[in-house]
Structure formats: C-alpha cells, structure tokens
Design a protein around this ligand. Structure first.
Ligand SMILES: C[S@@+](CC[C@H](N)C(=O)[O-])C[C@H]1O[C@@H](n2cnc3c(N)ncnc32)[C@H](O)[C@@H]1O
Length: 234
C-alpha cells in the first residue's frame, strides 16, 4: 500500500521490465523531497531518473556492494541502490550544508536512516574521502554540468578508482552543449568510458519511473573505469 504523499515530495515507481514474472511484479517506490531553493542539489534532475533506472535494472547484482554517490543532491539513484540491498554512502559538496540536510531528509523519508550522508567536495582530499571503505561502484548523475568542475570530478573519481581498481563509475549526463567533452581529461587521468545505450535498460522513454522528468532532454549513460580495467556491463 502506498503511503500518502507529503507536500514537496516527488515519487518514483520502478517496476519490473515487461513481461512481468507470472503472478508477481517486482516494483519499488521511492519518494524524495524537493525544496524551492536556488541550489541545484535540492531538485531531482532528469539524469537522476535515468541513472536510478540503470541501478534498478542492475538490482540483482547490487546486494552487498559498496556504493558511493557523488554530487547526490536528493540522492535518487543511491536511494534506489540502498533499497536494492547495497551499502550506500551519499555525498554532496561539503560547502552546501542545506543540500546535505535535504539528502538526509531523503533518506529519512525512505526509512534509510542508516545511510551515511557526507560532505565530499570534488577535487579536495578530505578525511571523509580518505577514510571511505572499499568501493565497488561510484554513482554520479548530472555532475558534468559545468566545465569548470570536470577536472575536479575526475580527480576525485581517479583517486577512488586508484584505491579500488575494480570500481566502476556509473554516470549520466545531459547534453547541454555539443562542444563539451571529457575525452581529453579521461586520457590524462588514465580512465576510459563505455557508453551504455538507454534502450538497453529501458530508459529511452520520455516518461520513466512514473515521472515525466526525462522528457525530451538528451541524457546519456556511461561507465568510466581505469584504462586497464574492462567494465562488466549488465
Ligand atoms: C545538477 S545537480 C544534480 C543533483 C543530482 N545528482 C541529480 O541528478 O538530481 C549537481 C549536484 O552537484 C553538487 N555539486 C556542485 N558542486 C560540487 C562540488 N564542487 N563538489 C561536490 N558536489 C558538488 C550540487 O550540490 C548538486 O547536488
């Protein structure tokens, strides 16, 4: 039974792909707070719904995996991962405390009070970054939105992947400018990426997880790894 919607909450329903198993449809409903605030991290962005759909699609591989979400905002992909049995840590800029508070509220609403929410600012080595446990997957939705941050994001990702050479960075980005590219930075940091077509995880839809957020936005999904590591794509 679905609980009543609280004011300022957005709901997303992830359901088993068609055709459902006879007599049983697997589904997951999550709710995230949305607060009228100029900070980008207080809203759910189209990229988050697409990445959350990839997480949901991969749910049978996630139990017991350790996952860190960076630039999480309201944390939709990480919350779906935690609901699917992963050990999740959510993070956002240490310099935006109200965004971290909103992320904590998101965890509370979904009965995930045990999920740690920490301040991790891209490009900065902090005790919280250094003390993170072993990581299997890094999540980042719509983190590549300002070219000024690209190198700092990849510095942080590189730091984590060097410590966890098997780790995969699952990330979605929205095409806002055809000139933007991270190719040269990936090369510089000895990283490589594989593009995952949206139709392979049923995300090539304008209406996804009960939400019209993806709309007609051009969202892409990629998996970034160390150059020497081959990603296992589900
Ligand atoms: C476009 S929003 C995306 C939020 C969320 N991932 C989503 O897709 O709904 C970008 C996110 O990056 C965070 N962010 C911006 N600068 C950052 C930095 N230097 N270090 C860490 N996070 C940062 C913002 O607070 C915000 O949550």
């Amino acid at each position: 039974m679905r609980s009543a919607r609280r004011p300022g909450e957005k709901r997303f329903v992830f359901a088993e792909e068609e055709p459902p198993r006879v007599g049983r449809v697997e589904w997951l409903e999550v709710a995230v707070p949305e607060v009228p605030d100029p900070q980008y991290g207080m809203y759910v962005w189209p990229c988050a719904v697409v990445l959350a759909q990839y997480v949901w699609y991969s749910r049978n591989t996630l139990r017991g995996k350790t996952i860190l979400e960076i630039g999480a905002g309201a944390g939709l992909p990480g919350i779906v991962a935690a609901k699917c049995g992963a050990n999740v840590t959510l993070s956002d800029s240490a310099e935006i405390p109200n965004c971290l508070d909103n992320c904590r509220l998101s965890c509370q609403i979904n009965n995930l009070e045990d999920v740690p929410v920490i301040g991790l600012t891209w490009g900065q080595i902090s005790p919280d970054l250094v003390l993170l446990p072993q990581i299997d997957i890094i999540l980042g939705s719509d983190v590549f939105y300002d070219t000024e941050d690209f190198e700092n994001i990849l510095t942080t990702v590189f730091y984590l992947i060097r410590k966890n050479p098997h780790a995969l960075f699952w990330t979605t980005y929205q095409e806002r400018c055809a000139d933007w590219s991270i190719e040269s930075l990936l090369y510089k940091w000895n990283l490589k990426c594989v593009h995952i077509p949206l139709e392979t995880f049923k995300a090539d839809e304008e209406f996804l997880a009960g939400s019209n957020l993806p709309g007609s936005h051009s969202v892409h999904m990629m998996i970034i790894t160390l150059e020497t590591n081959i990603p296992s794509v589900t």
